[in-house]
Design a protein around this ligand. Sequence first.
Ligand code: MN
Length: 196
Amino acid sequence: MEKLPELGYEYNALEPYIDELTMKIHHTKHHQTYIDKYNDAVKGTEFENIPAEDVLKDLRKVPKDIMGAVINNGGGLLNHNLFWTLLKKDVAMPDELKELLIENFGSVDNFKKEFTHAALTQFGSGWAWLVSDNGKLNVLKTPNQDNPTEDGFKILLALDVWEHAYYLLYQNRRNEYVENFFNVVNWDEVLRRFKE
Ligand code: MN
């Protein structure tokens, strides 16, 4: 059984860039629903007491009738578990991370430009990612609740671009949401994940 993790900060901690009500609904309703539906799907199966992370890593034994629910809701639960840990307001980017971004993207601004492009061109719901491919950094996007771990990449940064992540404050203006997102990235955590 999977449980909703604590955010580790207040729902209003990311104001004014991500508003309190969005955070509250996103965490207690959307994330909770992924968890509930995932738990329902694996209930009474051999996967009930295996961490979702391990189940998602090896889907070969998952029966066809619950495969879709496991991928979508398991993906949703894991992506959000990660997303909350990557958010913190006013964290200065460590020099070591700046150097990495410059090395891989030419400049920090270029990295932001590429990441923004991925976030804005993800058609419909999905995620934008900064990943490490054996130390080489890359920007990706995926639809729905898919994530690049499946392809062997280590995720360093994630951005939820489902409308539920920004609609209350930004409505259709995904571009403003993405622009403001850079003010609430926990860059220390991004670097920690790279070095992990
Ligand atoms: Mn979400």
